[in-house]
Design a protein around this ligand. Sequence first.
Ligand code: ISE
Length: 336
Amino acid sequence: MNAKIGLIGLGMIGHDHLKRFKNVITGAQVTAVCDINRSAADAVANEYGATAFYDAEEMISSDLIDAVFICSIGPVHKAQILAAFKAGKPVFCEKPLTPTADESKEIIEAEVIAGKRLLQLGFMRRYDPGYQALKTSIDGGDLGEIMLIHCAHRNPSVPESYTLEMAVNDSATHEIDIIRYLLNENITSVRVDRPRKSTSRALPHLQDPLIVIFETESGVRIDDELFVNCHYGYDIRCEVIGENAIAALNEQQLITTRSINGRAQHIAQSCMERFATAYDREVQTFIDHVNAGRQMTGPSSWDGYVVALVCDAGLASLKDGEKHDVIIPSQPALYQ
Ligand code: ISE
C-alpha cells in the first residue's frame, strides 16, 4: 500500500521532509500539502504533484489523505492533532507536541478515549544510530551504575525570532527526551544556570550559552550546555559516566582528511544534516505503521507531555534561577 500523506507547514523542516518523501521513503506519497501562505502551498503542490490546501482542518478531513504529517509551528499543533484524531487518521507531529503541558494533557485525554496510540512525535534522536548504541551499552550494564551525563547542544546560529525561552522549550527538549529514553526514568528537577559571560555573537535579547542541570528519579545528574550561537557547526555531545566505564557519542563522520593543514573532519552545519539518518528512520517507521494499520510506536504523546512538564519547570527556573521540581502524574495504561 502507498499511504497518502497530507503535510502541514512548509517551513524548513517541512521542506526537508518533502525531499525525504520524494527521495528516500518507500510506501508513501504526499498527496496534499497545506500552508497559510497560499503562494508557498501552490508552488510546493505544483512541484510535488500534490493538492494545495490553505486550511489544515479542511485537508485533514479530506479523502485525499490517509495520514497527517504536522510540520507547522507549535501553537497550532493541538487543534491539528485533535482534528486528525477526530478523523481517525494517524499523525506524525514534529516537536514540540504543544508549547505548554496543559495543552498536551488534552491530547493525552483524547488519545486515551480513542483507546489506541494514534501519534508518533518527532523526537528523531531516538532513531540515531549513535544514541541507540549508547542505550544498548547502558541497558547491557557495561557502564555499571550511571552517575552523571554531560550533554552539549551547539547550533552554529539561531534566527532573530529565537527567544531566550526557546533554549529550554525548543532546543533542550531534545536532551530532555533523550535522557528519559537512555535512562528509562523520569527527570525530577531542573535548574537553569546563567553563566556570567555571553557570546558577542548572540543577539542582545539572548544569553548564550546557558547550562541546564537535571536530576532523575534515581539521582543521575545531567548537565546540558546550550550554546546556540557557537558559530563553528551543529555539534551534539553526550557523555555517559558510569562507575565502571564511560561511553560517549561519536560524530557520524565516515572519513578523516590528512593534508598540509593537519587532520580534518567535517562538522555538520544543521540538525537536518547531523540527524539525516535518524529523520529517515523515524519517518519510515511512521509510514510502515500506517501501511500495516498498526498503532503507533516510538516517541508518544505521553513523552511530549512529560517533556512539556519538564520545560515548564525549566522556564520557571530561567526566571528565578532556583531548582524546580517536576511532578509527573501517573501514566495511563495506553502508554505503558
Ligand atoms: C530546533 O527547533 C531543533 O529542533 C534543532 O534540532 C535544535 O538543535 C535547535 O536548537 C532548535 O531550535
